[in-house]
Design a protein around this ligand. Structure first.
Ligand code: ATP
Ligand code: MG
Length: 404
């Protein structure tokens, strides 16, 4: 089944409102396994609306419209659908009675133009709207459907969930996704590693570059949820095998949530010294659930101390000042001639008792270097904690590596 969305409203094209209805409907359709092939926004203009509807009707099985069901002259969706199917709308007496009741219950005067909201055409069935005055229209012709919903998101969501999705669901399948999150690997490298998987049709494997790293999304389509999960599993195992240590989380995980869980699981306390990230690392770790138990505090360096290469010293100072088991230090050196960016980002993790330290450095012209630097710091902290668990107490001294 192929679906298509048409949002009606000049406000959308003027940039006055954000089209959240398309996002909502796209997510609902995808979860139901209905393919969405096109989505269009069109202004309050009858000719262009009919043109969009006609094109949609030629290529899609289900056309979902949003907006233009109000009572005024520029609410034209009913007129558009009527013109497309060649029928003339007329007031439906049952709907008119309902409409009058709606206004009476709210003690609002009903004007004549409101009667437009009680219109129907012979091919249309009214869809109940418990949140507003405009019922939707469900038009079925030759196995194709045009489903018209009101624009206000509350009304549209309610109508979709109560009246539309249950009826469409019968003929649809399920789509389920699993997202693996990676860090410290480039998109092109992931592309090369996953070549054997990304060309498959079901499950599909796709990658997205995000601020917190690359996300690899495995999506399976099946008749029911269990079958979709079963199809994802072997692909996830293979993806993890190919990517190795780069995978730091899945689905809803954030870098801060997984790092916090790791620190907590080691039973260690932590302090942070930041000379370049302006407190971003502390803000991330401090806002992670349960961090009160182990996050001791942070030193944020500024002024003449802002730029430094002594990440080890900064880490050690923070650990000492807050009597923490582990100190994480983040330093940077400015990139000459660049407005933003750093020549070097240095990260160190120290644990005085067992004495591991780890430094990493990279160069970046990136404007978001503070956030990126914070992610690198969390990444190095996780690596250090993982390695410390398996290595001898003196292992990983001053190890460095380059990344960009
Ligand atoms: P009304 O009876 O309120 O006129 P309507 O069905 O005619 O409803 P529109 O006039 O197109 O709908 O839009 C009404 C309001 O709904 C808009 O002002 C906007 O706030 C919201 N809206 C419309 N379309 C969208 C959309 N695609 N995404 C998010 N909000 C929308
Ligand atoms: Mg309107």
């Amino acid at each position: 089944m192929r679906a298509e969305i048409i949002c009606v409203g000049s406000e959308l094209l003027l940039g006055d409102i954000t089209d959240t209805n398309t996002q909502y409907l796209a997510q609902r359709l995808s979860a139901m396994g209905i393919d969405l092939y096109y989505s269009t926004s069109v202004g309050d203009n009858l000719g262009r609306l009919v043109e969009c509807l006609r094109r949609a009707f030629e290529r899609s099985d289900v056309i979902l419209t949003s907006g233009g069901l109000g009572p005024t002259d520029d609410d034209l969706t009913r007129e558009g659908i009527s013109a497309l199917v060649g029928e003339t709308p007329a007031v439906d007496e049952t709907l008119a009675v309902e409409l009058r009741k709606f206004f009476e219950a709210r003690r609002i005067e009903m004007t004549e133009n409101n009667l437009k909201q009680a219109w129907l055409i012979p091919s249309a069935r009214a869809i109940t709207n418990t949140r507003g005055t405009a019922p939707g229209w469900w038009v079925s012709r030759g196995g194709r459907h045009i489903i018209a919903m009101p624009g206000p998101p509350g009304e549209l969501h309610n109508m979709w969930e109560a009246e539309i999705e249950p009826r469409l669901r019968d003929s649809a399948s399920v789509i389920r996704s699993r997202t693996l999150k990676l860090f410290n690997i480039s998109e092109s490298r992931v592309d090369v590693l996953l070549k054997s998987l990304t060309s498959a049709a079901n499950p599909t494997v796709a990658m997205y570059a995000k601020q917190d790293g690359i996300h690899v999304r495995i999506t399976a389509k099946a008749e029911h949820l269990e079958a979709a999960l079963r199809a994802i599993e072997p692909v996830e195992v293979e993806t993890r095998r190919l990517l190795g240590d780069c995978v730091w989380g899945v689905d809803e995980d954030t870098q801060e949530s997984v790092t916090a869980a790791l620190v907590a699981s080691r039973g260690l306390t932590l302090a942070v010294g930041e000379a370049i990230t302006c407190g971003q690392v502390a803000a991330m770790l401090g806002s992670a659930g349960g961090s009160d138990a182990w996050f001791q505090g942070a030193v944020v360096l500024s002024g003449s101390e802002r730029y430094s290469r002594d990440a080890l010293g900064v880490a050690q100072r923070a650990a000492d000042q807050f009597h923490a088991d582990v100190g994480l230090g983040v330093c940077g050196w400015p990139l000459l001639g660049a407005e933003a960016g750093i020549d070097e980002l240095l990260i160190a993790v120290v644990q005085s008792g067992s004495g591991f330290s780890r430094t990493a450095s990279f160069r970046s012209r990136h404007h978001a270097v503070r956030t990126l630097g914070a992610y690198y710091a969390l990444h190095e902290l996780r690596s250090a904690l993982r390695l410390a668990k398996v290595s001898d107490p003196d292992g990983e001294q001053g190890r460095g590596h380059k990344a960009t």
